[in-house]
Design a protein around this ligand. Structure first.
Ligand code: SAJ
Length: 413
């Protein structure tokens, strides 16, 4: 059968590739013509290890095509973003328009899978939308039995930087609107997934995904809170954590400049939204992690106080190490905050994965993109924000005589 993957981003494109590589005819769909054009030419619009070779191969074999129009297919996998609104509620507009583009193509018997991370109840909502868009088809929520369309939620759970590996090896959760929907959807994932495929209902699958990312957020918040506490007590948080982690049942994560990306910094809010009065810990963890860039910027400002017109090298701009993604990046926020609070400072941003400063930084006259060695050489203060491998490899001699502020403990590890 033919599978249409709607959304060719960090999840959709890798999913399209692993299916195509195993002989499935895949059509990738994206609203962005530049993305479609890149994929059609066997190219990848973003950096992810082993993805480019997969795309080139799948396109060359004729198994992967890309288009802006949803084709008719036997299965549809929707992998579009679910960002959040300023009030932290989920913005389902991309999911809605993906569903609207799929609905007219349905003839009955197709599988529709939502991979986009969604608040509990979203798959039910999609089922209702489909019913409204196609009153001629019997929708799964209407009756148990054999529905005309098999709708399920199968949340993605791959780690950026390891997507091509984890796509194959991770277990998958598939939640159907009915057990039969789950079974039908699971068949697609069995094509490439070597992990176990766990079948459940749609809302449990939605919640499981949110819980995974909240678990990590809460644990990172614990590490970040420790770093604030240790700063105030003038203790070295890295040393404290290193010691504590020698306990057999303690495994504290790494403090950093904050939590970024489009998942961990977002998903916990969907739980808070679903049960506001009860999600106390989850909410506070979000707030701790969101406030960390302010703490880092304030620490840098304090160190800058003794310089007239300080030159500050900021190492790293992406949301984490060894990726090129600057969305929801705490490093980016730190740089903005420093530039704002120190208008007389000259700020040099270094990141091997970034070729152009994001708009809000490019617009500032005191912020420039620079190569790391040149920036460090000219700097009074060096702020380590993202532990890219290339920064780990920098010669320590470069740092001699500089004020170094290391948010990730890279330089001492
Ligand atoms: N971070 C720390 N300290 C740590 C670990 C991470 O400050 O000890 C920061 C990172 O620098 C980054 C943020 O947290 O800013 C998130 O990074 P991450 O590597 O923990 O996770 P993501 O956002 O790249 O991917 C997560 C993964 N979820 C979990 O590990 C539970 C991934 O499996 C999900 O598929 C992904 O979210 C997603 O798309 O939901």
């Amino acid at each position: 059968g033919r599978v249409a993957v709607v959304g060719l981003g960090y999840i959709g494109l890798p999913t399209a590739v692993v299916l195509a590589t195993r002989g499935v005819d895949v059509v990738g769909v994206d609203v962005n013509p530049a993305t479609v054009d890149a994929v059609e030419h066997g190219q990848v619009p973003f950096v992810e290890p082993d993805l480019a070779v997969g795309v080139t191969g799948a396109v060359a074999m004729g198994r992967l095509k890309a288009t802006t129009e949803v084709p008719s297919a036997d299965a549809y996998i929707i992998a579009v973003p679910t960002p959040f609104n300023p009030d932290h509620t989920a913005d389902l507009s991309y999911v809605r328009s993906a569903v609207e583009s799929v609905a007219p193509k349905l003839r009955g018997g197709e599988v529709v899978v939502i991979e986009s991370t969604s608040p509990p109840g979203t798959t039910e909502t999609v089922s209702r939308w489909l019913g409204e868009l196609r009153p001629d088809l019997r929708m799964p929520h209407a009756t148990e039995g054999i529905p005309d369309v098999f709708l399920a939620h199968c949340p993605e759970r791959v780690l950026p930087g390891r997507i091509m590996v984890e796509m194959i090896t991770n277990d998958r959760v598939v939640g159907g609107i009915s057990p039969r929907c789950a079974e039908k959807a699971a068949a697609i994932y069995r094509v490439f997934c070597q992990g176990e495929i766990l079948l459940t209902d749609a809302a449990s699958a939605e919640m499981a995904k949110l819980v995974e990312n909240s678990y990590r957020d809460v644990n990172i918040a614990f590490a970040n809170e420790l770093s604030l506490i240790c700063d105030s007590l003038q203790l070295d948080v890295w040393e404290v954590i290193r010691m504590a982690n020698r306990h057999p049942r303690v495994n504290i994560l790494t403090p950093g400049p904050g939590v970024g990306g489009h998942c961990i910094a977002v998903d916990p809010w969907f739980i808070v939204g679903a049960a506001p009065g009860l999600s106390k810990l989850i909410k506070v963890a979000r707030e701790v992690n969101d406030s960390k860039p302010h703490h880092v910027a304030a620490q840098v400002a304090r160190r800058a106080a003794r310089f007239r017109d300080p030159v500050i090298a900021c190492l790293g701009l992406t949301f984490k190490a060894n990726v090129d993604d600057v969305r929801e990046s705490p490093a980016r926020e730190v740089v903005s905050l420093i530039a704002e609070s120190l208008p007389d400072a000259e700020i040099m941003v270094c990141d091997p994965y970034v070729e152009e400063l994001p708009r809000e930084l490019a617009d500032r006259s005191n912020v420039r993109l620079q190569r790391a060695t040149a920036a460090i050489t000219g700097a009074d203060i060096v702020v380590m924000l993202v532990e890219h491998d290339q920064f780990r490899a920098l010669s320590r001699n470069l740092l001699e005589g500089k004020v170094v502020f290391d948010t990730q403990g890279v330089l001492r590890r």
